[in-house]
Ligand binder design. Structure first.
Ligand SMILES: Nc1ncnc2c1ncn2[C@@H]1O[C@H](COP(=O)(O)OC(=O)CCCC[C@@H]2CCSS2)[C@@H](O)[C@H]1O
Length: 354
């Protein structure tokens, strides 16, 4: 079974995520090509899970990307259940999911199908599958990334296909703002990316989806008909909305983040001076386990820095938590306007770290 889909802008970490347009093609015997009507990453990931789990039962990921920029731009963060690195999705990116039995799971065959379609559409186009299952254009520009999930008896392989994605957003949100970030998480492998539309403006997502579905049907000798699915339709996919909700929980999106540490500093402009603040944090499963904040002693009493560090310890690595904790600590602080201004400035800078 094959499922193509695209997503509204979002960043997808391994271990979760997805977007709008989707189709799937069936494997062996009968087969099916589905296309998701939704561009919501959580709904589309839920459909994948749902389909995978219906056939059998049976994953880890990193803390990459610029979360602050994503919040500013309204880009959602999702975690998928498969492996691989962090990828960016928007409506200019096609996602294809190939569901098979575990025995018939063969990523190279699926990717070759996509390459065959591209070569049939544009014979001059130099597209190849690399040994790490990327599809590259001109020998170096990535147009597709791959990830997979293997169950006991079933499996799925999914891949992206960059058609007309906003590359400047892609590269800016994937760049970590932390200079001193260390983690044992599986790191992404950054590549130079390219859109198929840059090669030929006629290669739209619609045209590509149609051609891939057609080739899939021919290769698997199944009906060419593409079945549209609504990932909110409980009648067709019982339990799907709970799955979608689960994929949106803090516990799933952030709580599964492997341990990482940040050792950084920021400069704060206060009146006529610039102050350097040093911050060290260890974060496990999305919660701050160790926190040290060092601001110049002549500027803010060390006790106040320690108070903030203490209250952040054990809390979620999330700017909203800083706001709540900061106002709680502020209530115990002497009613001194200068001190309060400095405190607010420090807290705002701590928020911006997250
Ligand atoms: N959408 C998209 N397509 C292709 N390449 C991308 C994309 N977004 C980012 N990148 C580039 O790939 C690297 C990460 O490469 P890396 O090889 O580390 O990870 C992947 O490719 C994972 C692919 C997951 C595919 C799933 C299929 C359906 S939903 S998500 C990143 O730093 C960018 O340079």
């Amino acid at each position: 079974m094959a499922l193509p889909w695209s997503l509204r802008s979002c960043l997808q970490r391994p271990g979760v995520l997805r977007s709008p347009r989707a189709r799937l093609g069936g494997a062996g015997g009968g087969g099916l090509i589905l296309q998701s009507l939704s561009d919501d990453v959580y709904q589309n990931l839920a459909v994948e899970d749902w389909i995978h789990e219906q056939v059998s039962l049976e994953n880890r990921q990193g803390a990459e990307g610029n979360l602050r920029l994503m919040r500013q731009k309204g880009i959602k963060l999702a975690r998928r259940r498969s492996g691989g690195g962090t990828v960016y999705h928007d409506l200019g990116n096609i996602n294809l999911t190939f569901f098979t039995t575990r025995k018939k799971y063969e990523r190279m065959d699926n990717l070759k199908l996509v390459v065959r379609v591209l070569k049939a559409l544009r014979p001059q186009m130099d597209v190849n599958v690399t040994d790490r299952y990327d599809i590259v254009l001109g020998g170096r520009y990535k147009i597709s990334g791959t990830a997979a999930k293997l169950g006991r008896t079933t499996a799925y392989h999914h891949c992206t296909l960059l058609c007309g994605t906003d590359k400047s957003v892609l590269s800016s949100v994937l760049k970590s703002p932390y200079k001193g970030l260390k983690s044992n998480a599986t790191a992404s492998v950054p590549s130079s990316v390219r859109n198929l539309l840059e090669e030929d403006p006629a290669l739209t997502c619609e045209l590509l989806l149609e051609a891939i579905a057609e080739e899939y049907a021919t290769q698997h000798q199944i009906d060419h008909h593409v079945t549209l699915i609504n990932p909110a339709d409980e009648a067709v996919l019982p339990g799907i909305n709970n799955k979608t909700k689960e994929l949106q929980t803090w516990e799933w999106v952030y709580g599964k983040t492997p341990k990482f540490s940040i050792s950084t500093y920021f400069d704060m402009a206060y009146e006529d001076s610039v102050l350097e603040v040093k911050v060290d944090m260890e974060v496990k499963h999305g919660r701050i386990e160790v926190c040290n904040i060092n601001a110049p002693e002549h500027w803010l009493p060390p006790g106040l820095c320690q108070e903030l560090a203490k209250s952040l310890t054990g809390s979620r690595f999330c700017p909203d938590e800083v706001t709540v904790l900061a106002s709680t600590v502020l209530r115990t602080c002497p009613p001194n306007d200068e001190l309060r201004n400095k405190w607010n400035l420090l807290c705002e800078n701590m928020r911006m770290l997250m």
